[in-house]
Write a protein that binds this ligand. Structure first.
Ligand code: ATP
Length: 133
C-alpha cells in the first residue's frame, strides 16, 4: 500500500508525524482528499478536521486554520493550534462555546468576527471529541 508522511505542526511544536494512506483537509475552497503522489500544492485551510486514514483505522485532528503544503511524498500542515481527539478537553471546549455564544448574543461592542471564530473552534473541538465527524 502506498503511503505519504503527514506532519502537523503548530507554534507549540509538532502534533502529528506518521505515514498514512490518505489525508483529507478542509481548504477554504472545500474538502480535499490527498493521496500519495499528489502534485505539489499549497492551500489555505479553514477551521475543521483533518482525517488521517491508515491501513484499518482513521485518526482525527481538530485544527484551527492554517496552510497545507502538499508534495508527492509528504504533506505538511502548519496551523495555529491542533489537537488529536484524545487530547481535547471537552469541558474547556464547551465553556469556550458558551463564552462565544454569550458574546454573540450580548453587547454591540462585541468583535463579531472574533467571537464567531472562537465559536467555530469550540464547535470543531466538540465535534471531533464526540465523534460527530
Ligand atoms: P480557549 O478559550 O479555551 O483557550 P481557544 O479557541 O481560544 O479556546 P486557542 O487559542 O485556539 O484556544 O488555543 C490555545 C491553546 O490551547 C492551543 O495550544 C490549543 O491546542 C489549546 N486548546 C484550546 N482549547 C482546547 C481544548 N478544548 N482541549 C485541548 N486543548 C485546547
Amino acid at each position: 500500500m502506498k503511503t505519504t508522511v503527514v506532519n502537523i505542526v503548530t507554534p507549540d511544536g509538532p502534533v502529528y508525524d506518521s505515514e498514512v494512506s490518505m489525508v483529507s483537509v478542509r481548504t477554504t475552497a472545500g474538502e480535499m482528499g490527498i493521496l500519495p503522489g499528489h502534485i505539489p500544492t499549497v492551500a489555505p485551510l479553514n477551521i475543521g478536521v483533518v482525517r488521517l486514514k491508515k491501513d484499518k483505522t482513521t485518526e482525527f485532528v481538530a485544527i484551527s486554520g492554517g496552510f497545507v503544503e502538499i508534495r508527492p511524498d509528504k504533506v505538511t500542515i502548519l496551523c495555529p493550534s491542533a489537537e488529536l481527539a484524545d487530547s481535547i478537553d471537552l469541558d474547556r471546549a464547551k465553556e469556550a462555546l458558551q463564552r462565544a455564544e454569550q458574546r454573540l448574543s450580548g453587547s454591540e461592542n462585541t468583535d463579531v468576527q472574533r467571537a464567531k471564530l472562537s465559536l467555530n473552534r469550540a464547535m470543531n473541538r466538540i465535534n471531533v471529541k464526540e465523534g460527530n465527524i
